[in-house]
Design a protein around this ligand. Structure first.
Ligand SMILES: Nc1nc(C(F)(F)F)ncc1COP(=O)(O)OP(=O)(O)O
Ligand SMILES: [Mg+2]
Length: 214
């Protein structure tokens, strides 16, 4: 059942784009994160130096192939056209992106993730066919310039107390030091960018995060 699989895949959700890799090749960063045990990947190409058009497509294709070889679902952030062109496993959209109900129509039965900051946004996303919700920022983050104020793990507890029972992944400033709190608050998994992409030893950092999630 897709719903069940998604819950499984959400446990350690790595999100990355070229801007998060410093002078390292994003393909190598992804391979090391996969070797470290990530369960889901999202290609998120953001920032003033973000790749565009052919360059973006070519990197996305390479990252998709790395995920396919490792049987890790490949998600695309924001760019529904790219996701469809690549036949990606799914797409993640936020409140300022294309409306989830249209994305669901265009993506068919692919995985659809939606960011939600309020209970109303969560209900709307579920109504629009979201398979999982990205809830955050839980802790302060340096990976998203326009992030809202960090709400702490209490935000996830609040969603669960309000009977939001779909798969939830926490996002925002999550590291191996605080990941357990996010799971204890009721999230099915954690998503990270710099805790993995910014680590000295990517595979080790990923393995360490993974052990904290057991
Ligand atoms: N990219 C994301 N992925 C997740 C996931 F659930 F996958 F962890 N949750 C939240 C976001 C944030 O999405 P959005 O609000 O559109 O901002 P941006 O497009 O800058 O990422
Ligand atoms: Mg977005």
């Amino acid at each position: 059942m897709k719903q069940q699989k998604i819950e499984e895949h959400l446990s350690l959700y790595f999100i990355m784009g070229s801007a998060n890799c410093g002078n390292r090749d994003p393909v190598d960063v992804l391979k090391q994160a996969i070797d470290g045990g990530i369960t889901l990947f999202q290609y998120r190409e953001k920032g003033e130096a973000a790749l565009k058009d052919r360059e973006k497509y070519r990197l996305a294709e390479k990252l998709q192939r790395v995920c396919a070889d490792a049987e890790i679902p490949f998600m695309v952030n924001d760019d529904v056209e790219l996701a469809i062109e690549l036949d990606a496993d799914g797409v993640h959209v936020g409140q300022d992106d294309e409306a989830a109900r249209f994305v669901r129509r265009r993506m068919g039965n692919k995985i659809l993730g939606v960011s939600a900051h309020t209970i109303d946004e969560a209900h709307q996303a579920i109504h629009d066919g979201a398979d999982y919700l990205g809830i955050g920022p839980i802790f302060p983050t340096a990976s998203k310039a326009d992030a809202k104020k960090a709400q702490g793990p209490e935000l996830i507890k609040h969603f669960r107390n309000q009977e939001i029972n779909v798969p939830i992944v926490g996002i925002g400033g999550i590291t191996s030091a605080n990941a357990q709190e996010v799971i204890e608050a009721g999230a099915d998994g954690v998503s990270v960018i710099s805790a993995i992409a910014g680590a000295e030893n990517i595979q080790k950092a990923t393995e360490e995060l993974k052990t904290k999630l057991r």
